[in-house]
Design a binder for this molecule. Sequence first.
Ligand SMILES: NC(=O)c1ccc[n+]([C@@H]2O[C@H](COP(=O)([O-])OP(=O)(O)OC[C@H]3O[C@@H](n4cnc5c(N)ncnc54)[C@H](OP(=O)(O)O)[C@@H]3O)[C@@H](O)[C@H]2O)c1
Length: 305
Amino acid sequence: MGLKILLTGASGLVGGSFAPLATAAGHQVTGIVGRWSHTLPGLARQVALDLQDEAAVRALVREERPEVIVNAAAISEPAQCDAEPEKAWRLNVALPGYLAQVAVETGARLIHLSTEQVFDGARPPYAIGDPRRAINRYAQHKLEAEDRVLVAAQTAVLRLPLLMGNSPGVRRSVHERLLMLWADGKAAKLYLDEIRQTCTADSVAAALVELCARPDLRGALHWAGAEPISRLDIGRRVRTHFGLTEAQAPIIAVSRRDDPAAQATRQADLSLDLAPLARELRVRPETFDEALAKLRLPAWWRTQT
Ligand SMILES: NC(=O)c1ccc[n+]([C@@H]2O[C@H](COP(=O)([O-])OP(=O)(O)OC[C@H]3O[C@@H](n4cnc5c(N)ncnc54)[C@H](OP(=O)(O)O)[C@@H]3O)[C@@H](O)[C@H]2O)c1
């Protein structure tokens, strides 16, 4: 029997991958979007709602009575959190808090998405119980949200790495952003000593679909790729994967050592220990080559270049 799932952030990178996969697995997904105005695949119902409106969110959950709420909505870019700190706090901290409350009230299980950035990057690899220390506003918000949602015993918090993939808006993921820079004729400045265990949103979606049906897996959990890799290598391998030349896709290697601002706000190495999920789930953590193979060139790239 499929589950009734309420998904926030249905138009985002993760939400856009999750809904079709969950529907294919037999679940019934209601997806909430914000500004997105097109019909998304894989949704039984699509609802446009400003998630800052606490009363409307609570009312929708009471009306829908989902068995699982997947919270994939956020202001997920650190720079945007700094530009609009109050709005970011409402989406990244207040929203998970009232979703957790209304989940308890209605008997739903909340799966909340968090980030590797709750760790400071100085002592990798990070296990789920390791001390968290936020070094930027986005990370501080996500850390505070974890504390708000984990008061409910049935909640799972899934910490994710830097994500690749094909986003519904085709301008959100790592390779889509690199392509945007290159389409503008700019070089990508990439840190050779910033390490991430990236994976695709499709890999996250597969883990999430299994997690929805595993209420025994609760508390903080980690999902990521199989291999730590530097931002510089990510960029170079994306360029090679799409057959682009150095002239079409310029990359400048930079080091954290030469950049005090980066040292203060960007984590050096966010490699994650994937226990216990990697042994509990059927889906395997993706290798970087497997992730690359899933990436598509957005249609706008062909028209702009
Ligand atoms: N992307 C990453 O590299 C990454 C890494 C680690 C963790 N995470 C976490 O994973 C989760 C999903 O991230 P993502 O990258 O998929 O996010 P994303 O692509 O930036 O999408 C954000 C989603 O939130 C929705 N949203 C934002 N403000 C809203 C509002 N006021 N009302 C309604 N909806 C609103 C957006 O809807 P509209 O576009 O329709 O407005 C969109 O669907 C987040 O919790 C993020 O912190 C992401």
